[in-house]
Write a protein that binds this ligand. Structure first.
Ligand SMILES: *Cc1c(COP(=O)(O)O)cnc(C)c1O
Length: 738
């Protein structure tokens, strides 16, 4: 079977992949987003740039004349590429397909008699804006399929496309105009440099528009000449590598047919379908006139529930597979495929769904789809990798085992094995000294996530998920000199290996002017939060150099200066206080995260039995690690995951007793794959978690807790390593997890 794909091309695809795409050690299946540019293209372009001097075509120098001449040549070659006769068509260079549509729309908006606009409901977001003119959005089509404008009488009046979707580079688009339909475009009142013959300014100013070619009248300002030169290289290299778009079409369709067949054949153990594929019943992957090499679908579990796109995306990232999920810039297509009404869209918007992100399941319906799209250089290995990935994570070969924990049996007691503070959100943890009684407040352990790092441009709090090196930034609390010290656990020349700031919130007492702070709002997990940022150049340089992004340290503002926030941890999403049984928390933050040693052990047994690399408990970034308090306990008799059924915890002895409410399971993402000592990523433990701890499309490990409100101990709560812990359970396990 494998051979037939390569033969459909009559080229040595493996050789091309090795030599032309050295940057891909990944399974790339998002060609409809953009395809990949070849090494030859970039080299041909570099040679072009270094061997020619190209001037601004608006000048009269010889360099300028060279640019004009070359642009004319490329324009003609591109018309020929689409079999468009220059007698009947002109090609206008624009930034991208969207800019092409906007040019047409703007011109039509100025028509005296107005205009009526009808669009296909299954169209790209960019299209949703009396004579009848037709506009074809060919951006997706031409990426893998030839566009033939050979019959001028039947051709669309206006055709828009983006070249990066065909060649991967350059970022440039075109509006191809049928000359017979040029008139409405010429009436626009806007003009820019390059489109006029004469302009006068001041009182009674006037201008004369250029008369020559249509493109001369529509290309405002200086043409993107270097991009146009690159387009020439792109065209030549594409021809050499893949011969024609017709060849690309048959190759990609053969692969798409295979993906479609495989996905539609998957069944769970009970015979139910794994993939719900969105496809017009009248179209066929065997026929490229009805269908392109794009497959859109969602997964269902064996009970028929949808798996969230976010979950699929996380696992794909771990397996180094690049796909697209969400609304795909195609509101109409999504609406009809997912049977979403405009009311559903409104509700989804209120629930936080936005263009460019999806992943939620609302009212039992997914809010987006998963899309696999193929390109000229896709091969059988790409699709096999993807199909194996689906089989591994989404096909349930047998029913789930019942919960392992003996919920009704004795729970026994635990003790506090360790306490970890994370003074700076998403940076390294710091172990509280085992001989000290540590304060617990409503917002968590004292000094926990009191600071964060913010991007200086966007003011967004940085996360270890995006900047794994944050794990190497190791804060510590030094109470004697009253300092937060931040140590960098690697070496960078010219950087101090440690900086420090005062633990006292009011920075004005600092006698170092550098450490003053200024108030601002920062964005933490999508919410605006009042902060004080440090003004020091040294502090900003320390973090920016280490992380390679302009950022600095900020501190959550204290309650007195923050009337809206209940406490300084306004960045923590509101905690549900509903009566038992509590819902599983949606937030990934809570005052205190608790895990048990027994659960870590169980997980590691499972990882090791699959030859994976065991996880260190630190990857779960818990505040409190509990261990079972039964001397000489055989590991076989541990109670992994009993915490799922806990309702609250009593910690300490009579003189110093603390009650923690258990709020729900902690939702996990691939951040648990970052080794907290090296900052490096691995697939585990997320892969095994996803296979053993997934419930309703979410992966859980550990529990969120908070100091119980109104308890005697609330004002003076403290906890110490070694403290005895008695868990109390009431909820039924099936209300919670597994
Ligand atoms: C990609 C795409 C667009 C938008 O292209 P831009 O380059 O972002 O302007 C429009 N329509 C379709 C069908 C597309 O695939």
């Amino acid at each position: 079977m494998g051979k037939s794909f390569e033969n459909s091309y009559d080229i040595d695809l493996e050789d091309i992949r090795l030599s032309e795409y050295p940057m891909t050690d990944t399974t790339y299946l998002d060609h409809a987003g953009t395809t990949l540019y070849s090494k030859s293209l970039i080299e041909a372009f570099a040679t072009e740039m270094t061997s020619n001097l190209l001037g601004n075509p608006h000048s009269a120098s010889s360099a300028a004349q060279l640019s004009s001449r070359r642009v004319d040549d490329v324009r003609l070659r591109m018309l020929h590429f689409f079999n468009a006769d220059p007698e009947h068509f002109d090609l206008v260079f624009v930034a991208n397909a969207t800019a092409g549509m906007k040019l047409v729309m703007d011109a039509f908006r100025e028509q005296e008699q107005g205009f009526w606009y009808g669009y296909h409901k299954d169209a790209h977001t960019s299209l949703h804006g009396k004579n009848t003119y037709s506009l074809l959005d060919a951006a997706a089509l031409v990426s893998t399929c030839p566009l033939d404008l050979g019959n001028a009488a039947l051709a669309p009046d206006y055709t828009v496309l983006s070249f990066y979707k065909i060649f991967g580079f350059p970022d440039l688009g075109a509006l191809i105009v049928r000359k017979a339909a040029a008139e409405p475009l010429l009436k626009r009142s806007y003009f820019g440099g390059g489109t006029v013959d004469m302009v006068t300014v001041g009182q009674g100013g006037w201008h004369i528009k250029k008369q020559g070619h249509l493109h001369q009248q529509l290309e405002d300002g200086t043409l993107p000449i270097h991009n146009i030169m690159a387009l020439d290289s792109a065209l030549q290299v594409h021809k050499r590598l893949y011969k024609s778009l017709r060849c690309v079409a048959s190759h990609t369709m053969a692969l798409a047919e295979e993906v479609y067949q495989q996905l539609s054949s998957f069944r769970h153990f009970n015979g139910t379908h794994v993939c719900e594929i969105y496809k017009d019943p009248a179209s066929s992957y065997a026929d490229s006139t009805t269908q392109g090499p794009i497959i859109s679908f969602n997964f269902r579990n064996s009970s028929g529930h949808f798996v969230s796109n976010a979950e699929v995306e996380k696992l794909a990232t771990i397996r180094n597979i690049q796909i697209r999920t969400g609304g795909l810039c195609n509101p109409g297509g999504i609406a009809s495929s997912l049977e979403l009404t405009s009311q559903d869209f409104r509700r989804n918007f209120s629930a936080g769904v936005r263009c460019g992100q999806g992943g939620l399941i609302i009212g039992g319906k997914p809010t987006g789809v998963i899309r696999v799209s193929l390109g000229a250089m896709s091969n059988l290995e790409d699709i096999t990798t993807f199909v194996d990935f689906v089989r591994e994570f989404f096909v349930e070969a047998r029913p789930k085992e019942p919960p392992a924990a003996d919920v009704n049996g004795s729970i026994g007691s635990f003790y506090v094995e360790s306490l970890t503070i994370y003074p700076i959100k998403s940076c390294g943890g710091w172990r509280a000294p085992s001989d000290s009684e540590w304060d617990i407040k409503q917002e968590g352990l004292a000094w926990d996530r009191e600071w964060c790092l913010v991007h200086q441009g966007t003011r967004k709090a940085l996360s270890q998920k995006t900047y794994p090196k944050m794990a190497l930034l190791r804060p510590s609390i030094d109470l004697k000199p009253n300092l937060l010290r931040i140590h960098y656990a690697a070496f960078l020349p010219g950087l101090p290996d440690e900086i420090s700031v005062s633990l006292t919130p009011d920075s004005k007492i600092s006698n170092n002017a550098d450490l003053t702070t200024s108030e601002m709002e920062a964005e933490v997990c999508g919410q605006e939060v009042p902060m004080n940022t440090y003004q020091s150049e040294t502090i900003a340089r320390f973090f920016s150099t280490i992380l390679g992004t302009p950022c600095t340290l900020a501190r959550f503002r204290q309650p007195q200066s923050c009337p809206s926030g209940r406490h300084s941890k306004a960045h923590l999403a509101p905690i549900s206080t509903s009566p038992v049984p509590r819902p599983i928390l949606l937030s990934n933050e809570s005052p205190m995260l608790v895990i048990t040693r027994s659960s870590v052990n169980r997980l590691n047994e499972q990882i090791k039995s699959a030859d994976g690399k065991a996880a260190h408990a630190s990857v779960f970034r818990a505040n409190i690690v509990l261990a079972e308090d039964r001397p000489g306990l055989d590991p076989g008799f541990e109670q992994p995951y009993v915490e799922d059924a806990w309702e609250y915890l009593r910690i300490g002895k009579a003189s110093r007793k603390v009650t923690l409410d258990v709020l729900g399971g902690c939702r996990r993402c691939q951040m648990v794959c970052i080794d907290q000592t090296t900052g490096e990523k691995d697939g585990e433990p997320f892969i095994t978690l996803a296979k053993t701890r997934r419930n309703k499309g979410q992966v859980f490990f550990g529990v969120h807790t908070a100091l119980a409100k109104g308890g005697d101990d609330e004002a003076n709560a403290r906890v110490k390593v070694g403290d005895r812990v008695v868990p109390i359970k009431t909820v039924r396990l099936d209300d919670r997890l597994v």
